[in-house]
Design a protein. Structure first.
Length: 134
């Protein structure tokens, strides 16, 4: 089993399988050595850390048969500041619309499931846009 120091940067992708922009994103991540993890709706109740393969974090017996979301979302894991800035700059350089719901995995949110994180960052996104408009 890998330790945290041996883990390579990874990204959890939600609803990002179709379309030219998503293909460009996948190509970029692949070229830069980031492990891509597509998260199916059935896994939305699993701890984020377990989905990313964090040592010591285990999958649960929970299977999502109900609630979900259609928004594109990405969660970056083990991205240092330089990698994150380069990734975000890639969107601008390629003219790819930003993925509104994005987060960095932290020790706190690694315990959350995908639906909880989606709800939290959706609220934050809405508050920021309301503040910017007001």
């Amino acid at each position: 089993m890998e330790t945290m120091n041996e883990m390579k940067p990874s990204i959890l992708l939600y609803n990002m399988t179709e379309g030219e922009d998503n293909e460009k994103i996948r190509e970029y991540l692949d070229k830069t050595g980031v492990r891509i993890i597509d998260v199916p709706a059935a896994d939305y109740l699993q701890p984020l850390g377990a989905l990313a393969g964090v040592p010591g974090m285990e999958r649960t017996a929970n299977i999502n048969f109900g609630a979900g979301f259609d928004d594109r979302m990405l969660i970056m894991f083990m991205f240092d500041e330089m990698r994150m800035n380069a990734f975000l700059a890639f969107f601008r350089q390629e003219g790819i619309p930003s993925v509104a719901l994005k987060a960095v995995m932290t020790p706190t949110n690694a315990e959350w499931d995908s639906i909880k994180l989606h709800d939290e960052i959706s609220k934050e996104h809405e508050m920021m846009h309301r503040k910017n408009r007001g």
